[in-house]
Unconditional design. Structure first.
Length: 249
């Protein structure tokens, strides 16, 4: 009888320990659920803020569709900047008249030996687009004016402050971290896309580091659900390479 009583006491003590453990686990689960709820609420707020910032940036950039910047144009005191612009349009084989331009002026302060960018604002988006379509054309100051330098002139889209900051941050991140290898990081990208509250339409991956041969043999490994894929890879060796994922629909 004594052994039965002792067994009952032992089992009762074990039951108390198990019940206490269950209560503790239940309490911890409640804390985890509460924490997750707080995180989800913060993510929703962030998502709303991101949507609003994106909308504002889109509207701001839309107002800049008639603008572009020319970088590297020499500052020659006795030369009218408008004359240089018309000479550039001739080199680009674009018919440009004074009525096509709303304004022309230099922006920012001159730094050291660098010339200030020239901001062009066109009356119509169509004329601005003609310049943008020829931005890969090589222009040299000396070809425009014999007093000019050998410096190249570059045509850039005029970006809003938000887009300039975004472009700068992206360049700095890629410079510091890089993507370097899609084989190593694709799983992380998949997890991010599955858990992110932000809808991403286009994903640009530089330095994917795979060859065309690897891609042909294992192309299925590089698929992302819900995205179409475009790639530009090196044929005979690793290094470099570019992949672009575009959201379907």
């Amino acid at each position: 009888m004594r052994s039965v009583i002792q067994s009952q006491q032992f089992l009762s003590a074990q039951y108390v320990d198990i019940k206490s453990g269950q209560d503790s686990i239940g309490s911890q689960l409640e804390q985890v659920e509460k924490r997750m709820g707080e995180i989800m609420e913060r993510e929703k707020v962030r998502y709303t803020e991101i949507e609003e910032l994106s909308r504002i940036a889109f509207l701001e950039q839309g107002d800049n569709d008639r603008k572009l910047e020319l970088h590297g144009v020499d500052e020659i005191p006795e030369v009218n900047i408008e004359e240089i612009i018309f000479e550039i349009s001739n080199k680009l084989e674009i018919k440009l008249e004074s009525r096509d331009l709303e304004s022309i002026y230099r922006v920012n302060n001159k730094q050291r030996d660098q010339s200030r960018p020239v901001l062009l604002q066109f009356v119509s988006r169509k004329k601005c687009t003609e310049f943008k379509e020829r931005k890969r054309t090589i222009l040299i100051n000396r070809d425009l004016d014999r007093r000019g330098s050998e410096r190249k002139i570059y045509i850039h889209e005029y970006l809003s402050n938000y887009h300039k900051r975004l472009l700068w941050d992206t360049k700095q991140y890629v410079k510091k971290n890089g993507f370097r290898s899609i084989k190593k990081h694709l799983d992380k990208l998949c997890i991010y896309l599955e858990t992110s509250l932000v809808s991403i339409d286009v994903i640009l991956l530089p330095e994917v580091n795979i060859t065309e041969w690897e891609y042909e043999k294992c192309s299925g490994l590089f698929e992302l659900s819900g995205y179409d894929r475009i790639e530009k890879l090196r044929k005979d060796r690793e290094g470099g390479g570019l992949m672009v994922y575009i959201k379907k629909g």
